[in-house]
Design a protein around this ligand. Sequence first.
Ligand code: SF4
Ligand code: SF4
Length: 383
Amino acid sequence: MRQRLLPKAGFSVSELGLGCEHLQGKDEGLIREVVGAALDGGINILDLFMSEPNVRTNIGRALGNRRDRVAVQGHIGSAWLDGQYTRTRDLEQCRRFFDDLLRRLNTEYMDIGMIHFVDDLQDWRAIEKGPVMEYAQSLKASGRIRATGMSSHNAQVALEAVRSGLIDVLMFSINPAYDLLHETTLIDDLFKGETYQAQTLRGVNPVRAELYRSCEASGVGITVMKTLGAGALLEAKSSPFGTALTVPQLARYALDRPGVASVLVGCTSPEQVENYLRYETLDEASLDYSSALGSTAAYSLAGRCMYCNHCLPCPARIDIAQVNKYLDLAEQQAQPVASVLDHYRLLEAHAGDCLACGLCEERCPFQVPVRQRMQQAKALFGL
Ligand code: SF4
Ligand code: SF4
């Protein structure tokens, strides 16, 4: 299983991770099988936002003596009150249910302490300067969490949190449909077909694109939720693109966004885990999402690089997606930051090597003016 670094957290995780929300209500035996299949297959990150006591206990049992080999995202602000899940900012409840999580997982620490579900700007601003953030920082100082995180579906809120410097990891909802939507679209509307008719959509929303680039530039690793758009993207009739995408295509789409370290997909049987793990063995053609997205007239993604590398091979051996990614990243800054330039220099071939043959433009499903982009990259990076 390929690993990716969470730069500010300081540790690496498997590019495929497990979301556990669908395990709530399942029996202990099945949870053992699903978690066991994931760990056996090389998955070493899982998200556990649920506050329901039994699923916590059963996941703890399923991890058993392999707990220390897995990075667990445990949430701060997910409570179980009156027999129901509740999001809370009450400090006493945050403490109580975080302690409950550690106890039920039979562990002394969480790898990532995720401040849970922050989708409102006022909520973030209260958290940022208030007791919940102080609590998260005290957990980190005492070693009870290794990294501070935040989960969100709102790109504007997430961008503010990333820029604050207070979080090491961001859990964010990423898929090609949500990427089209306005950055503040509410979670309940992300799933509705009408949302796509109601908004004027053209290409990836710039605030979302900026969020991903900011994460990469500042070392905030992204772990992805809603990779499959709650399953809507797997069916032509429910996908806003009018075409069905596959689980591997959607995982690849998310993993191609800047800053992304791991995608977290929920599985409810060992067979589903096995199927999900096939991602690691599939060829490029099977992972390619560009033909499905590039052919949709309704929501034009034309002109912007989607980092899919469908334009290869390049006779000059340029990794075109990577050059475009670094160019996007540098253009977001006032000037190319040293770290972007350092990474760019390490590429095998550079924009300056471009032969202007135009083959890439014939193959690109998104009509990216690659030759022009190469000239821009050469001018900006100097090679
Ligand atoms: S230039 Fe086109 S084909 Fe190449 S990586 Fe970008 S979007 Fe994909
Ligand atoms: S135009 Fe440049 S980047 Fe595109 S395939 Fe030719 S050499 Fe490669």
